[in-house]
Design a binder for this molecule. Structure first.
Ligand SMILES: *Cc1c(COP(=O)(O)O)cnc(C)c1O
Length: 364
């Protein structure tokens, strides 16, 4: 590959001394479960995000699951979310026995359309999961006003949005709870699976902590059926090394966006949208063009990585198709037939971007 989708080795080489030393120290100390690095990272992440509590868990999927459990979402409840997301968002709703209700998206932001959310509310609706898709923040002040008026809870899916903000306030600090993923390729990624739940509510924080650790508040005393879902101590070492650099990483992703926008101006490609209020952190660089398949073929022929996020919306996925029979979400369906993702990562050079954009211009 002349240009990969993402290159995780450059950050490691930059931070190698710190990460290697931290890992060695953790292994010598042998406090592997909820050890000092997890505790320190939870505090550092909470400070960065401007929340009272950050709770390290096993993955982003677990973060969503434990957040819904803490809210008491259960069988018979409906949870409104977007069909244009990674499957984990809806899997978590199914884990607690509730029903995902998919509503259509905004064609510019690709995020859930708030007027569609309002239309989908029923007596059974318990919560909404907005997804800050590709790093683009959902209009949380407006969603929160709607949910407060209707008595609905919010779990923000921040798996793709670490460091994204609205008027300077971080995603993951607006809802009742926020769910983050540290999957290696996420904006803040570790070297395996990892996740985190955020909240400003002491009670919800205590419940999430209980669920991540076998339902116990005091060791060997169990008051509910919990899980084994703790952020790993070695992963916390990686995350502590990277967290101080997250703004630099995200600002470099924004530089890549600016270069793509300059180089691809006039091609007719719909580039990622920004409204000037939310700070987009470009986890993925998703564009639209009716000749998507030709663009992708040209990129592949020239050894440039590219991808489709996401080729099939959730209401059309085999796992949900039966319960979504008859559901029509035309904007989402139209976007999934035209979307394609270009390489984006903080270290992506201007030279490599030019290779991508020259290839696309030639193809068109
Ligand atoms: C990655 C991702 C998740 C799941 O995170 P994992 O850590 O892989 O479990 C959930 N939602 C969205 C939108 C994601 O992109």
């Amino acid at each position: 590959m002349k240009v990969p989708m993402v290159d995780l080795t450059e950050q490691y080489h930059r931070l190698k001394d710190e990460i290697d030393a931290g890992m060695r120290n953790a292994m010598e100390t042998a406090a592997f479960i909820l050890g000092p690095n997890v505790q320190a990272f939870e505090k550092e992440a909470a400070d960065y995000l401007g929340v009272k509590h950050a709770i390290g868990v096993g993955s982003g999927t677990d973060a969503l699951h434990l957040a819904l459990l803490a809210l008491g979402v259960k069988a018979g409840d409906e949870v409104i979310t977007t069909p244009f997301t990674f499957v984990a968002t809806a899997e978590a709703i199914k884990y607690v026995g509730a029903t995902p209700v998919f509503v259509d998206i905004n064609p510019n932001t690709f995020n859930i359309d708030l007027t569609e959310v309002e239309k989908a509310i029923t007596a059974k609706t318990k919560a909404v999961i907005p997804v800050h898709l590709f790093g683009q923040p959902v209009d949380m002040p407006a969603l929160k006003a709607l949910c407060d008026a209707k008595g609905l809870k919010i779990v923000e899916d921040c798996a793709q949005s670490f460091g994204a903000s609205i008027n300077g306030k971080q995603t993951g600090s607006f809802g009742d709870l926020g769910a983050f993923s540290f999957f290696p390729s996420k904006n803040l990624g570790c070297y395996g699976d990892g996740g985190m739940v955020t909240t400003n509510c002491d009670e919800l924080a205590a419940t999430v902590k209980q669920y991540r650790n076998h339902g116990s508040k005091v060791q060997y005393h169990h008051s509910l059926v919990g899980y084994t879902s703790r952020l790993d101590e070695l992963q916390a070492v990686v995350l502590r090394a990277k967290l101080p650099l997250i703004d630099e990483f995200n600002n470099n992703r924004r530089r890549v966006d600016q270069t793509y926008k300059t180089m691809l101006a006039g091609t007719g490609i719909q580039m990622p949208f920004e409204d000037g209020v939310g700070k987009h952190v470009f986890h993925q660089y998703v564009c639209l063009h009716p000749k998507r398949d030709q663009i992708l073929q040209a990129l592949r022929d020239n050894q440039i990585a590219c991808a489709i996020y996401y080729p099939v919306p959730l209401h059309k996925q085999e796992v949900f198709a039966k319960e979504c029979d008859g559901v029509s979400l035309p904007i989402t369906e139209s976007i999934t037939s035209q979307c394609f993702a270009l390489p984006v990562y903080p270290e992506l050079s201007e030279e490599k971007i030019k290779l991508v954009t020259d290839t696309i211009k030639t193809a068109l």
